[in-house]
Design a binder for this molecule. Structure first.
Ligand code: ADP
Ligand code: MG
Length: 324
């Protein structure tokens, strides 16, 4: 249905999309999840033919979006981050205009309009000027425009931003309803939203794809990670040396706490432990033997949030946390 191959977008020297590679099947809801600036909007703008790529390919239903944009665009409905609404038009005038632009045949326009307005619960405000509508209603107008004529693929850039909780629930229900017949791709920087709505999550960080899986599987992977945290007066390098021969530790991150003289500082170390391993006793004896008392020792589970942050944090932050 959609194939993205080695997609690259540079703004000057800045690599906003860094060799993205993925495929999407029909009838599923896909989520682009990533922090602000990750490259979600840029990727969506390229996938929908609104922005050229520096290199790479996007194939939509067999058509190259860069080489045959007209043909490929027929299969796509798009709600951009900032929908280009003509606020001096009424809802109906605007949607009629959008239907024309999309090339929906004249005899089908009326039905397409009615269906889209009904689904987005806009029927009652059809004759109101867009500029007099609330943020929630305006977002629905953008949404109605995206689903006009029900294209195979519906792409929504942060569709719930700025809406109140009730409106968010409505939009999410609408999205789930659409997925019965259409492929839906949405972007979000909210983990809970991706988890709740999407069949597949693509985590994007600094223009790169860092994970791609079902929410259930991602969660399993994440909950499997057991952590052991310790605090000690030993220096980070000493902590690593003491732990270096211990079995069952996957990764170690260290952080120095406190200011002033070296003897006033302590080290907080977090260890990711292999499944089913309990290293607490071994850690206790190893530090006792080296005559570095432990000031604290506890276990914790890595939360979905923590893993998301770990997956999407930059190289700079990793350097502060010590070498992995
Ligand atoms: P997201 O939608 O995930 O928040 P964007 O795709 O909007 O991310 O942006 C990705 C990166 O590209 C950011 O670092 C952003 O500052 C940069 N960027 C986006 N649009 C432009 C542009 N028109 N000119 C220069 N840099 C841009
Ligand atoms: Mg964006």
């Amino acid at each position: 249905m959609i194939e993205v191959k080695q997609l690259v977008k540079k703004y000057g020297d800045h690599l906003a999309v860094d060799h993205l590679d993925f495929q999407m099947e029909a009838g599923k809801i896909y989520g682009f999840l990533g922090p602000n600036g990750a490259g979600k909007s840029t990727t969506m703008n390229i996938m929908t033919g609104y922005l050229g790529a520096t290199s790479g390919e996007v194939i939509v239903d067999g058509h190259d979006i860069l080489k045959e944009p007209e043909e490929a665009k027929k299969h796509i409905g798009y709600l951009p981050e900032i929908p280009p609404l003509y606020t001096d038009m009424t809802v109906m005038e605007y949607l009629k205009f959008a239907a024309e632009l999309k090339g929906i045949p004249k005899e089908q326009r009326e039905d397409a309009l009615e269906e889209a307005m009904q689904l987005t619960k806009l029927s009652e405000v059809g004759h109101r000027l867009i500029k007099n509508l609330s943020k929630g209603y305006r977002q629905r107008v953008g949404f109605a425009q995206a689903i006009l004529g029900f294209p195979d693929i519906i792409i929504l850039d942060e569709p719930t931003v700025g809406l109140d909780p009730k409106q968010i629930i409505e939009i999410r229900e609408l999205i789930r309803g659409l997925a019965k017949k259409h492929t839906v791709i949405l972007s979000t920087h909210i983990l809970a939203e991706a988890r709740e709505v999407c069949d597949e999550i693509l985590i994007i960080s600094k223009g790169k794809l860092v994970a791609s899986d079902t929410p259930e599987h991602l969660e399993l992977l994440m909950n499997g990670a057991e952590m052991v945290e310790i605090e000690t007066k030993a220096q980070p390098e000493t902590v690593r040396t003491i732990l270096s021969n211990m079995h069952g530790i996957r990764t170690i991150t260290t952080e120095t706490i406190g200011e002033g003289e070296p003897q006033e500082k302590t080290t907080l170390a977090k260890m990711e432990v292999e499944e089913g391993q309990d290293i607490r006793e071994a850690v206790f004896y190893a530090f006792a033997k080296s005559e570095y008392p432990l000031l604290m020792l506890k276990t914790s589970k890595a939360s979905l949030e923590e893993i998301f942050i770990e997956l999407t944090q930059g190289e700079e932050e990793h350097e502060h946390a010590g070498n992995l």
